[in-house]
Write a protein that binds this ligand. Structure first.
Ligand code: CP
Length: 320
């Protein structure tokens, strides 16, 4: 099975995905619809289709990752791509090679797509400007993580049918969260009403410019919410000046069963992971009936298959 190429649809034009702002509502829905057709592939006994046979994917991760890296690798392999993984700690950057030299070196091996995660905001954009291959941003510093937002949208859509009009509360360390930024941009385009909640020290000054309603307490964001997305406290990016203590943070901003009761009875709970259990989310909520956190992980493979397929030209009659 491969997605049916609908002759009514225009050929997919985007060759890189750096920001959720690269997508309009139509192209975002097209990725989500394509992901629906790939979703069942991962539940088959033989989890592979020949859709991108002969295409090459380079996964280049300069920052730690469990979900994103693994799901891009599986997505590529399930589409029959040749997939090569490179991590920063095992690359020649540890010997002083620059990012540009690393990318030029990898490009000489003729990849079709490069997935990159890097600690520097703007790194994916920098690479895309200098690379012939398509580039997918798998998280750049505190800037963006567009495929996370797509898989979150996919998960919400599966549980709520449509995003239009939903109240989505995104709570926690907004300042350092590329996930919050990409979600605010994408979910807003798809018609959701995004609310941010977090301590003032962890809220970017221009948070409202992302189209979100901003709260400095979690309760008003949770009230009547259809979707609650908790964010990890990014200990590696905190220098100790943002919060008094994690215990205090958990007491005022942590999602527990009592606070979740402020949301709609059928609200779903998302977390991009990795979680700090007992800090931003209690184990009872993380493992409770409203949690769809593992659905997000499953969605990640299908959504990344869709992104790879479209960006590699899979909808072109010449491919497949
Ligand atoms: N959500 C996410 O980006 O997780 P990883 O850091 O494990 O890839």
């Amino acid at each position: 099975m491969e997605p049916m190429v609908d002759s009514q649809l225009p050929n997919w034009a985007l060759r890189s995905l750096i920001s959720a702002n690269d997508l309009d509502a139509t192209s975002a829905r097209r990725i989500l619809d394509t992901a629906e057709t790939f979703f069942e592939v991962s539940r088959r006994p033989i989890r592979k289709v020949p859709a991108l046979r002969g295409k090459t994917l380079l996964n280049v991760f300069f920052e730690a990752s469990t979900r994103t890296r693994t799901s891009f690798e599986l997505a590529g392999k399930r589409l029959s791509m040749d997939v090569v993984n490179l991590s920063g700690s095992s690359s020649s950057t540890t010997k002083g090679e620059t990012l540009l030299d690393t990318i030029k070196t990898l490009e000489a091996m003729q990849p079709d797509l490069v997935v990159i995660r890097h600690a520097a905001s703007g790194a994916a954009h920098y690479v895309a400007k200098r690379c012939r291959a398509g580039v997918i941003n798998a998280g750049d510093g505190t800037h963006e993580h567009p495929t996370q937002a797509l898989l979150d949208a996919f998960t919400i859509r599966r549980h709520k049918r449509d995003l239009a009009g939903l109240k989505v509360a995104i709570c926690g360390d907004i300042l350092h969260s590329r996930v919050a930024r990409s979600n605010a941009l994408l979910l807003g385009k798809l018609g959701a009403r995004v609310h941010f909640a977090g301590p003032r020290t962890l809220m970017p000054l221009a948070a409202d410019q992302l189209g979100a309603v901003v709260h400095d307490r979690i309760e008003p964001a949770l009230e009547g919410a259809d979707v609650v997305m908790m964010l990890r406290i990014q200990r590696e990016r905190l220098s100790g000046v943002f919060l008094p203590t994690l215990r205090e943070y958990s007491r005022t901003f942590g999602l527990n069963e009592k606070r979740l009761a402020l949301a709609k009875r059928d609200a779903i709970v998302l977390h991009p992971g990795p979680m700090n259990r007992g800090v931003e989310i209690s184990p009872e909520v993380a493992d409770g009936p409203q949690s769809v956190i593992l659905d997000q992980v499953e969605a990640g493979v299908a959504v990344r298959m869709a992104v790879l397929w479209l960006l590699a030209g899979g909808d072109s009659p010449a491919v497949g």
